[in-house]
Design a protein around this ligand. Sequence first.
Ligand code: ADP
Ligand code: MG
Length: 370
Amino acid sequence: MTDRSSAAFVVFDHVQKSYDGETIVVADLNLAIEKGEFVTMLGPSGSGKTTCLMMLAGFESATKGDIFLDGKSINNIPPHKRGIGMVFQNYALFPHMSVAENLAFPLEVRGMNKAERKEKVDRALEMVRMGGFGGRRPAQLSGGQQQRVAVARSLVFDAELVLMDEPLGALDKNLREEMQYEIKHLHESLEMTVVYVTHDQGEALTMSDRIAVFDDGRIQQLDSPTKLYEEPATAFVAQFIGENNRLLGKIESRNGDNVIVDVGGTRIDAVAVNCGETGDRTQLSIRPERIAIGDSRDNVVPAVVRELIYHGDHIRCRLEVLGSDEFVVKVPNNVGARVPNVDEATEVSWDTADCRALDSGTVEQGQDPQ
Ligand code: ADP
Ligand code: MG
């Protein structure tokens, strides 16, 4: 183990998991989480996120490798002795118990006396603004209120580490966004460490200090939300986080940090990120908001407008560019902005610094990770 990982609060050290002894669902996972951090595991369904959380919680064991909590290996410590709070998607409150009894349960298991229990339960309910609801049954609460209670239950015994697995998946959009801010604020005020799992990139970007992007049991990139969005390291990450235009081509020449890429006979300058050498295939990645209609930027290519969709603050413009008719440009609805017409032949342009040449192996054309 490195010095950095031994100092971290949670450490996955070369962790591998197979349920059946054949298929590897988590492959050589290395992840160090600092105390007080909010780290999200983000990835498509089946990429191994829940398995990682279950191993950290102690409900599954690693096939290989070690997990450390606060410097100690927890491989042989049962779940209830790990002192970890947990929230799951299907909140799993006990239906026959009141809200207060649901919250008191983990405290009872820990042998806490009644007066102390009441104090902790009241405080946890206040934290999630559910103060008056202790006497109700879960069935007498809305989905959002039940979710708040589930969050309160994970906080009730002052766990230093709280794990949340798609906790907001069942809620509608407005409530989900409200709860995202609420959980984020709780994280800040309680100074706990949170490991959060979601397949929703917007949720991950809003809440996290760092995000580990999972694909097929591996971390593709571990970075801050800004870095992941602005500087995706792989084609998978560029595609999974935010919107992305991609053009497939072949590297014509490489000059230090830049490459010239041949896209169907047109030469495009790009930043070499993790592409190969001359002759190799690559995927160019450009964010829609980094593209101008017209020739004001470094790389100028012809385009035909196929569709315009009005979004209020911007107009989403789909164009045919270099053989792809899925090219998207966001035209801001600013004073004086010129919006082209459907079927108009025009040009689009972007700066070389905003065009990244990535590996082409991971994401095939037309395949969109959910
Ligand atoms: P995610 O949470 O990213 O959707 P999971 O960790 O649930 O992914 O699953 C990763 C892989 O492991 C999937 O292929 C899934 O089918 C498999 N898997 C998960 N749990 C079990 C289990 N208890 N037994 C066998 N296979 C499992
Ligand atoms: Mg899962």
